[in-house]
Design a binder for this molecule. Structure first.
Ligand SMILES: Nc1ncnc2c1ncn2[C@@H]1O[C@H](COP(=O)(O)OP(=O)(O)O)[C@@H](O)[C@H]1O
Ligand SMILES: [Mg+2]
Length: 258
């Protein structure tokens, strides 16, 4: 059900509009649990998590190290399977998908951004984006250039990662994540290895992606300052949601301080 015809130009604005009109959450977690190991060494990484995220929301998921943030992101992204509960994305339970449907889901519906940019050092910025663009549809080069332009990196298309700053590399990594136009953008500590200024720039890019209505963005971080720019803040503690808050007028990324 997640597959898309190869020659079908994705129209994300339409997908986002449809999702918003449907009145359905972009992501809905119900009684979500994840356990690692067994017997005396059992770790309850997530316990009975309930959460609703709306299309186009910019969500910041906060919590100390070990609270389950990465686990939650990996479950929503289809990288791992839950031990219990439901994970609905646009109304479909992805926990119930077959292995191949889950692969398709991960490939077409979700963009991932990690703390360490994971760019291929021997490929240019454009080529790094293009290898993913080629997996997900036609016109890979044009789509890759557009994605780089979207994160303010058009000028750097032909540079290698080693010739880019950390913030620039992270923007290329974001371009790579959005080139398939995923409704969901999942970011695990995306500013964890950036200084304040480049961190703000990267967050500004992510914020714009959510604001333009094309992406629902979930940013996981232990940096509580980032919560100020969120529409929706969720605090995790010991694998459970300890607090949740909606924000009417979040601050701009450029005004964050840490
Ligand atoms: N693959 C795994 N095997 C065993 N335990 C794990 C695994 N992944 C995470 N955990 C444990 O689950 C808990 C939550 O981890 P994680 O989601 O990585 O937290 P966070 O991202 O908030 O630091 C921790 O106790 C961690 O040690
Ligand atoms: Mg983590």
């Amino acid at each position: 059900m997640w597959s898309r015809a190869r020659n079908d130009e994705p129209d994300l604005a339409a997908v986002a509009e449809e999702a918003a009109k449907s009145g359905r959450p972009a992501v809905r977690l119900e009684s979500l649990g994840k356990t690692y190991g067994s017997g005396a060494s059992t770790v309850h990484a997530l316990k009975n998590v309930r959460l609703e995220v709306w299309p186009g929301e910019f969500v910041v998921l906060l919590g100390p190290s070990g609270s389950g943030k990465t686990t939650l992101l990996n479950l929503v992204g289809g990288i791992e399977r839950p031990s219990s509960g439901r994970i609905e994305v646009a109304g479909a339970d992805i926990a119930a998908l077959s292995e191949s449907a889950r692969t398709d889901y991960r490939r077409t519906r979700v963009g991932f951004v990690f703390q360490f940019f994971n760019l291929v050092p021997s490929l240019t910025a454009l080529e790094n984006v293009e290898i993913i663009a080629e997996l997900t549809g036609p016109n890979a080069r044009a789509r890759s250039r557009a994605a780089l332009a979207g994160v303010g990196m058009a000028e750097a298309a032909d540079r290698f990662p080693g010739q880019l700053s950390g913030g620039q590399q992270q923007r290329v990594a974001i371009a790579r994540a959005i080139v398939k136009e995923p409704p969901l953008l999942l970011c695990d500590e995306p500013t964890g290895s950036l200084d304040l200024n480049t961190g703000r720039q990267v967050l500004g890019v992510l914020r714009a992606l959510a604001r333009e209505g094309h992406h629902t963005v979930i940013v996981v971080t232990h940096n509580s300052a980032i919560a100020d720019m969120a529409d929706h803040v969720v605090w995790l503690h010991s694998g459970a949601v300890s607090r949740e808050q909606k924000v009417d007028s979040p601050v701009e990324a450029a005004d964050l301080w840490w």
